[in-house]
Design a protein around this ligand. Structure first.
Ligand SMILES: Cc1cc2nc3c(=O)[nH]c(=O)nc-3n(C[C@H](O)[C@H](O)[C@H](O)COP(=O)(O)OP(=O)(O)OC[C@H]3O[C@@H](n4cnc5c(N)ncnc54)[C@H](O)[C@@H]3O)c2cc1C
Length: 359
């Protein structure tokens, strides 16, 4: 039985390990954090991944989670555009989602090593605790930015600041009655945007992405008071909700730049291969899609992962990069929302571009 080593047990790594186990492979996942844990993420899973989640055996356990099919976008001054989403998605916290996948992987006898990986190549993984493991093949699913990106001098991690790589992500779970289970709202503000939607147990996830340019010398409460609350919808949300965290979760140096698909003969899936802007609300389903492609190519040598990835995923990342470049610009957001209000079919078209086909 072939043994595959998987670096990183987020959505992509867990999806891959379950899929491989179902196909009769042995998989070992290396993960630096214990489950369950909170992650910075908007927590909206596009329904394009539903058939695959069903195949992995977890969709049924998501039946109590909100089904989201309505989008609201507000401009920095508060003008609102609303549209129905044809595809829609599911609201589930990363705390619950990663743990669900982890438990499913355990059921299928996937092994876990809870250590940080320090070095790897095509067939070998070494952890920070100086242990080395051998495999038939090693796959990297270590997310948007990892110690391994620096170790391998990956080009995107070495780049100086540009419009695609200087983003900061902040997330809370909040108690808030002002949004229903079916709606995801995207509120724009100067140099950023904030998503809010419900997840399981009536909580709402509030997650925003902001350029480090406006973060400079500001604390998070100052940023929210001086920048985000200028959007009247965000002002209402912050004033009428209470945080369920002691303090928000934050990550910096988020990069949407192009990445390589392979390094040191380790092939990448999920964010390690490329991160899509959260505006396209879709990173988790793309992570699962790349996991599926990788599992298929491992079990059938004639299917080339890279060729398939470039055909299906690369164009969506390209589209996401173009959208991301224009966002955060107050005037452009005002104009875009005004145009979508006048021509709703244009808004529908943009939303349809952000969701792919079911897989
Ligand atoms: C602000 C923001 C909001 C977002 N909102 C959404 C959304 O609403 N919907 C959506 O679909 N997507 C969203 N995304 C994108 C989504 O979060 C990612 O695309 C998704 O998490 C990718 O999964 P992954 O498995 O590749 O990476 P991750 O889920 O990040 O998993 C990587 C794992 O690797 C582990 N790891 C890293 N390095 C090592 C190491 N050296 N050794 C061992 N373990 C390691 C980490 O601990 C982590 O568990 C958002 C992203 C951002 C930044």
């Amino acid at each position: 039985m072939k043994h595959i080593g998987v670096i990183g047990g987020g959505i992509a790594g867990l999806g891959l390990s379950i899929d491989l186990a179902k196909r009769g492979f042995k998989a070992t996942v290396f993960e630096k954090n214990r489950y369950p844990n909170h992650k910075v993420c908007g927590e909206y899973v596009s329904a394009e991944a539903s058939p695959y989640l069903n195949y992995l055996g977890v969709l049924i356990k998501m039946s109590d989670c909100p089904r989201i099919n309505q989008l609201e976008v507000s401009s920095p001054k508060g003008r609102i555009f609303k549209t129905k989403m044809k595809m829609g998605g599911i609201g589930i916290s990363r705390y619950a989602f990663d743990d669900l996948l982890y438990k499913r992987a355990l059921e299928l006898k996937v092994d876990f090593v809870f250590e940080e990986v320090a070095e790897a190549n095509e067939t070998e993984i070494s952890t920070k605790a100086d242990k080395t493991f051998q495999f038939d093949r090693v796959i990297g699913s270590f997310g948007k930015r990892s110690n391994l990106d620096l170790k391998w001098n990956r080009a995107f991690a070495m780049k100086s600041k540009n419009s695609l790589n200087q983003w900061v992500g902040i997330k809370y779970h909040i108690d808030y009655d002002g949004i229903d289970d079916k709606t995801i709202a995207l509120h724009n503000f100067d140099h950023g945007y904030c998503g809010i939607s419900k997840v399981e147990k009536g909580r709402a996830c509030l997650c925003y992405l902001v350029s480090s340019k406006v973060m400079k010398n500001k604390t998070i409460p100052e940023l929210e008071a001086e920048v985000l609350k200028r959007n009247p919808h965000l002002k209402t949300i912050f004033e009428k909700s209470s945080s369920l965290y002691d303090k928000p979760l934050a990550i910096s140096q988020i990069s949407f730049d192009k990445k390589t698909l392979k390094q040191s003969n380790v092939s990448f899936i999920g964010d390690a291969a490329g991160l899509i802007t959260p505006l396209c609300g879709n990173g988790m389903s793309l992570a699962l899609r790349s996991a599926k492609m990788m599992a298929e190519s491992i079990s059938d040598d004639s299917l080339e992962y890279e060729v398939h990835w470039k055909k299906v995923i690369a164009p969506r990342l390209w589209w996401g990069r173009q959208i991301q470049r224009g966002f955060g610009n107050v005037r452009l957001s005002e104009v875009l929302v005004a145009i979508c209000r006048l021509f709703p079919f244009l808004g529908k078209f943009l939303v349809s571009k952000s969701h792919g086909d079911e897989f």
